[in-house]
Structure formats: structure tokens, C-alpha cells
Design a protein. Sequence first.
Lengths: 112, 112
Amino acid sequence: QQQVKQSPQSLIVQKGGISIINCAYENTAFDYFPWYQQFPGKGPALLIAIRPDVSEKKEGRFTISFNKSAKQFSLHIMDSQPGDSATYFCAASISWDYKLSFGAGTTVTVRA
Amino acid sequence: SQTIHQWPATLVQPVGSPLSLECTVEGTSNPNLYWYRQAAGRGLQLLFYSVGIGQISSEVPQNLSASRPQDRQFILSSKKLLLSDSGFYLCAWSLTPSTGQFFGPGTRLTVL
């Protein structure tokens, strides 16, 4: 039973374009939503995270948008660069639970 | 700053052989520690987590086991490897349940 559903499975974007990855969850107890970036052969790296008391968080070219009523959150990569080509995972957790629920991942390819 | 190490980086083992993967964390005390497995092109599967020395929680029943002999050391073991044990094994740490998990570089295991 996947608690966090992620889409699309893969996407291709031109250099300079916007990449958008969406995630949806069911458990309203989730209160921490991180995004991870993984390059081939490497471990995932924490990219950016948000809590449900804010609707948007921006770090450089990466922005998380959060819609609590719709139980959805998304990652926007602005001005996408070839170096952004990687697999991105969304995740969710409850503050008292040690486990993260991961989405299935989205492979982003940025064409030069 | 905190650093997480995993070794070996790659491993090729025959079916039925034993396994020992090691993970150590530097620069922090009493971390929560996690073992994940990632099949090729797939998402992250939580195998074990530990909130303290000698405390292991198992998420997936299988022929793998984990141990935490020291505060910042986490070991993944098997007595007899199966073909299905092949994958990318990732160790991660966190300080609290409500903050992000930080992953190591991973171990690529191939069982032949």
C-alpha cells in the first residue's frame, strides 16, 4: 500500500524549461514533506522540505508548492539545467514516526 | 558536520554466501539509523531501522538481519544470499523523526 503517489514516472524538458513533479497523499497525519534528488549510482540527497503550515517554499531554482486541502504537493524546477537530470523522490512522514513514506520516483531528463 | 560512510561500495557474491555490509556515521550522537534497498530503476524499500544500540525494527520479513553494536554503527547481514537480494543498499541517518533522513553513498550488491 503506497501512501504517497508520485507522477509522472518520467519527464523530458528542454534546457531552461520548468519541470513539475506531483505527489498526493492520503494520511492527514503527515506533517513533513521532503524531496530527494538521486543521481545514478549515488545515494539520494535531501533537496528541499516543507511543513503543512506553509503553502510554498523556495530554495534557488527549486520550489515546493503545498495544498493541504487537496492533500497534494509538488516540486517545480525552474530554468531546468542538464545537471538537474536525476531521479526525484517525494516523501512524507509523521513527526512521531521514524519512517518516511516515499513516492515511486520521477526520472527527469533535461535536454540541452 | 555529519558524514555517513558505507562499505564496501560494490560487492559480487555467489548465491548461498554470507553478507555483511557496514555503515558508520560521524559527527553526531545517538542518530536514528536506517537500511534501505533499491532495486534497479525502482523506489526505496525500508528494511530496518534503529533508534538506539541493540534496538532493531524490521519492516520486511526476509533472510536479512541488522545489528547496531555501537551508537554510530549499523550492520546489515545475511547468512545465505539469494538472487533476489541483489540491489543497491543504502544506509541513512536522522536525528529526530520529524527531520529529514540523510543517505550514504550506497553499496551495489550483485548476487550470482
